[in-house]
Design a binder for this molecule. Structure first.
Ligand SMILES: Nc1nc2c(ncn2[C@@H]2O[C@H](COP(=O)(O)OP(=O)(O)OP(=O)(O)O)[C@@H](O)[C@H]2O)c(=O)[nH]1
Ligand SMILES: [Mg+2]
Length: 459
């Protein structure tokens, strides 16, 4: 907010202004009232003009601060971990700001939990028919009265899921993606604040006890039933037969229901980095540093990564100091938006395009080979890389070899396609490991500052 001029500033401006000095002289045929009113108007005009000058000066200062700020663009396919890196940046550098958003994250985590319950109930419905009332007798899995009771008891969660999704992406209406998502620029942390009226309206539903309750209470009231549903052996069999792999999906919290579905649940940092909310469009986040380099500004630009959103990235290529490119090392999955495309193949294609973009030839690109924890688990469960990436050949199917192989691929493309030589900067990351990420982001920040200083010295 621009500051109002002080009375001393006003007086100094008035006495220095010949127009106001002249205007205080009595004009011929002018009554005393007319003279007072004329002088009043001149003072007002002077005040407005001063206000405008001050506003312009403030805007220029803000513009200068922003011009000096470090700007980082986060790129990568959907679910690569861009928004998760953003959360880690907040944890490491703006912890107070991050703490203020904890309540909003609680809602996202509860909604992630509800989404898993919804997926299970839908799978059961497809398996057993809409009401479970008269299941075909030749089914392998028997529906018990307990399953029917669980479905009834958990139905308030389904109503909540729909109304909260509408709250966050109202413009997409019935076309809204099945996944929890948020439109760029929409202040979802505010919308999800428990004190927001819209939020309260969207989360008041009939609870199992019949009264109107809020989200946390409804989820808490369903606690035992969610646990019973997830632990039911027939339910697990249905999920396995239908190849619904909830544990491997983003925002999976069913193992933590006992802790999360409580009236006084406070999400931990580890919960928050595992929460999933899909980014739609492009969001610019301003950081005023709290832990190091205090008061200086950083901008992180977070984008939606699915194919239909990538055209929106281009206007943001100009004036960024660095790009952090997220490539999850997941070799055995396909894109959600195109099941013919392997995720790693898509990442390599995107990497080629970014490395070869002339507009970015002077921009440093930092590659995060992300989700190494998932890679470790995948390899440990015996999945062979060669089955999905034939060029991997007979190389040993272990972590070091697999990471080395893909790193070399990314490095080769970077060397070959960069319009001008630039360093290949690459880290192996697990963005849900907040400790390791904090150390690494401190290192990245120092490197960026050094680069900026060097660039400034050259200029
Ligand atoms: N296990 C594991 N999960 C991760 C890692 N990085 C991110 N995730 C999870 O993956 C999911 C997707 O991450 P996001 O950060 O939302 O992905 P995004 O790139 O922002 O996706 P869009 O907004 O759709 O473009 C979240 O639930 C994260 O918790 C990782 O290194 N390991
Ligand atoms: Mg995102």
């Amino acid at each position: 907010m621009p500051k109002r001029p002080t009375s001393r500033q006003q007086d100094a401006a008035t006495s220095a202004n010949p127009f106001i000095r002249n205007s205080t002289e009595q004009h011929a045929h002018e009554t005393q009232d007319e003279r007072d009113s004329r002088i009043g108007r001149a003072h007002d005009a002077q005040r407005i003009s001063l206000d405008i000058d001050i506003e312009i000066a403030e805007a220029k200062k803000a513009w200068d601060r922003k011009a000096k700020a470090v700007k980082i663009l986060l790129l990568g396919q959907a679910e690569s971990g861009k928004s998760t890196v953003l959360k880690n940046f907040q944890i490491a550098f703006t912890p107070k700001h991050f703490a203020r958003q904890r309540a909003a994250w609680r809602m996202v985590i509860q909604m992630n939990l509800i989404k898993s319950v919804k997926t299970i109930l839908e799978a059961l419905e497809e398996e057993w028919g809409a009401s479970y009332a008269s299941p075909p007798t030749d089914r392998r899995h028997t529906v018990t009265s307990n399953h029917r009771r669980l479905r009834m008891a958990l139905s308030p969660l389904l109503v909540l899921d729909t109304s909260l999704n509408r709250l966050l992406s109202p413009s997409t209406g019935s076309d809204s993606p099945r996944e929890l998502s948020v439109r760029a620029g929409s202040p979802w942390q505010l919308l999800l604040s428990p004190t927001s009226e819209t939020f309260q309206r969207s989360t008041r539903v009939r609870s199992p006890t019949g009264s109107s309750e809020d989200l946390t209470r409804v989820v808490a009231a369903c606690r035992q039933d969610i646990i019973a549903l997830w632990e039911d052996s027939a339910v697990r069999e249905v999920l396995r037969d239908r190849e619904v792999s909830l544990e491997a999906s983003s925002g999976f919290f069913l193992h933590d229901t006992a802790r999360i579905a409580t009236a006084d649940y406070e999400p931990t940092d580890a919960d928050i980095v595992r929460a999933r909310i899909r980014t739609m469009g492009v969001e610019e986040h301003k950081f005023v540093m709290e832990t190091t380099d205090v008061g200086s500004e950083y901008y992180l630009i977070d984008v939606g990564g699915s194919r239909s959103m990538r055209a929106q990235w281009i206007p943001f290529f100009e004036n960024v100091n660095a790009i952090i490119f997220l490539a999850p090392l997941i070799f055995n999955q396909v894109l959600e938006e195109d099941s013919n495309v392997n995720r790693l193949q898509d990442s390599l294609g995107l990497w080629k395009e970014i490395c070869g973009t002339r507009l970015l030839q002077h921009t440093n690109i930092i590659l995060f080979l992300n989700k190494i924890d998932v890679l470790q688990e995948t390899l440990a469960s015996g999945v062979r890389v060669q089955k999905y990436v034939t060029s991997y050949g007979d190389l040993p199917n272990d972590f070091l070899n697999v990471v080395g192989y893909f790193k070399a691929k990314f490095m080769g493309l970077h060397r070959r396609l960069s319009p001008k030589p630039r360093p290949f900067l690459c880290y192996e990351t697990s963005a849900i490991d907040t400790q390791a990420m904090s150390t690494m982001l401190h290192g990245v920040r120092e490197m960026l500052l050094r680069n900026n200083l060097e660039k400034a010295a050259v200029i």
